[in-house]
Design a protein around this ligand. Structure first.
Ligand code: NAD
Length: 475
């Protein structure tokens, strides 16, 4: 049975009841899974009022209580992981093993926030006079709104919710309408864990209409978004016009630098497997490959061989290693990337086409011989396509890697300490992974620079975006 879909407002689940609904489909089979109710304006007003009212008490709640609820959610996540993961594979398409991995990792995120929310410290500043006591406290910012996407539906939502609630804020979240089961499950788990009514509210609808209405509301004090750069800039502009702080986790176009002293086999196989994770629909996916001329042929052969063996199929089938793209609209985008590459002399050495079967499937694809101005090298593919290019010189490759407005993640393969150090220092990205993939753990900050975003989620930074600083001076 697929998740039963509803809104969650002021501690109550609101079903369809005459509301406009949206059909949710399985991207592998195109079967209808459920109808998702859209929030009316009354629902949005109720959610705002509930979040405002709940904030008055939740901001004074003990960190012990917040921690206890977050811990319960972590445990409930583990207890229900199988069902949540299956539903996520049904509406999002990723292989079941990836869905399960995501859900279990999210239990760790909830645990991390449960621990860290007991350590939101202020500080005492030595005063100039012995009669003065002056100190700094960090207070919850207020009612938050969050908009989360469809590629990691459980992960992206739970991190924002845990950060807001752990900081003492209340939150209204709008999850991804195309893959709603994970966020729906989160609301049910918080409800079961005993979260007071109104602290978490969940709505669905036309993304642009909902975000516009909520961000403009004077009740809302903070905006958090994960998604594409253009939408992020639009929401950031609106939030800025109303003087509301933002956390933006946006797209990237992560460069991969494979130097001639790297372990080529390890790099090629690791990168090939990581490339097809979630069918490439990962904001930190390795997407622009720069391989040193000396090892280019060896790298390309192993990379293509590994990708050619990837089993593409329905995520519920046990041997599937890559599922479909999450939406019909992503398939023509992939076709456009390939045709632009070909028009500029690019050679498609693997794949390059949608699969001739039901569902939004696109084959793992490798393109070579591209100029740096090809669309694949400048725009985030967000799909299973890898452009592989050559380089000769370290300075040249770092310049090329930094040439785009993105700055989310980057990958470096080298056995030289000097090169690793240089790359870590010079690459303009929020995360640098050297000889492995290590981003996205609860205890490490996740976030981008430049157009890829503002702020971090995870790590000891995780509450920063949900707190304001108050200075108190007293005689
Ligand atoms: P899109 O830009 O239409 O939407 C991206 C996400 O933002 C979706 O979840 C969507 O529901 C939401 N959204 C769109 N307009 C909104 C608005 N006005 N207010 C609030 N939410 C809004 O793109 P898409 O076709 O869904 O996805 C493709 C692109 O999105 C990719 O190229 C990728 O860059 C980006 N993306 C990034 C992430 C990430 O993790 N940073 C996740 C999903 C999508």
């Amino acid at each position: 049975m697929y998740e039963s879909l509803a809104l969650y407002i002021n501690g109550e689940f609101r079903e369809g009841d005459g509301r406009v609904t949206q059909t949710v489909t399985n991207p592998s089979t195109l079967d209808e899974l459920a109808k998702l109710p859209h929030a009316t304006q009354r629902d949005l007003d109720d959610a705002l009022a509930a979040a405002q009212k709940a904030f008055e008490s939740w901001r004074h709640s003990s960190p012990m209580l917040r921690s206890e609820i977050l811990r319960k959610v972590a445990q409930l996540t583990r207890d229900n992981a199988e069902t949540i993961a299956r539903n996520m594979t049904l509406d999002q398409g990723k292989p079941l093993a990836e869905s399960s991995g995501e859900v279990i990792a999210c239990a760790d995120h909830a645990d991390w926030h449960a621990e860290e929310c007991r350590r939101i410290y202020g500080r005492v500043i030595p005063a100039r006079s012995p009669d003065v006591r002056q100190f700094v406290v960090r207070e919850p910012i207020g009612v938050c709104v969050a908009f989360t996407p469809w590629n990691f539906p459980y992960n992206q939502a739970i991190r924002k919710i845990c950060a807001a609630i752990g900081a003492g804020c209340t939150i209204i979240i709008k999850g991804p309408e195309d893959a709603p089961s994970a966020v729906m499950a989160i609301a049910r788990l918080f409800h079961e864990a005993g979260l007071p009514a109104g602290v978490l509210n969940m709505v669905w609808g036309e993304p642009a209409e909902i975000s516009d209405y909520l961000i403009r509301s004077p009740i809302v004090r903070k905006v958090s978004f994960t998604g594409s750069v253009p939408v992020g800039k639009q929401l950031a502009a609106l939030a800025g016009a109303h003087m509301k702080p933002i956390t933006m986790e946006l797209g990237g176009h992560s460069p991969v630098l494979v130097f001639n002293d790297a372990d080529v086999q390890q790099a090629a196989t690791q990168l090939a497997r990581f490339k097809v994770r979630n069918a490439g629909q990962v904001c930190v996916s390795p997407t622009r490959f720069y391989v040193h001329n000396d090892i280019y042929d060896e790298f390309l052969k192993t990379f293509v061989d590994t990708l050619s063996q990837i089993k593409v199929g329905d995520g519920l089938e046990a041997d599937t290693q890559m599922g479909p793209l999450a939406h019909a609209r992503r398939v023509p985008t992939m076709v456009e990337f390939v045709s632009n590459a070909k028009s500029l002399g690019g050679k498609v050495v693997l794949g390059g086409e949608p699969l001739a079967r039901t569902g939004h499937f696109f084959s793992p694809t490798v393109v070579t011989d591209l100029p740096d101005h090809a669309m694949l090298m400048t725009d985030e593919p967000f799909g299973p396509i890898a452009p592989v290019t050559r380089f000769n010189d370290t300075t040249e490759v770092i310049t090329r890697a930094n040439a785009l407005p993105f700055g989310l993640s980057s990958y470096v393969y080298t056995n030289s300490l000097k090169t690793a150090h240089l790359a870590a220092r010079e690459l303009q990205s929020g995360m640098v992974n050297i000889n492995h993939f290590g981003s996205g753990l609860p205890e490490t900050p996740f976030g981008g620079v430049k157009d890829s975003g503002i702020g971090s989620e995870g790590g000891s930074e995780t509450f920063d975006g949900y707190l304001v600083t108050k200075f108190v001076t007293q005689t």
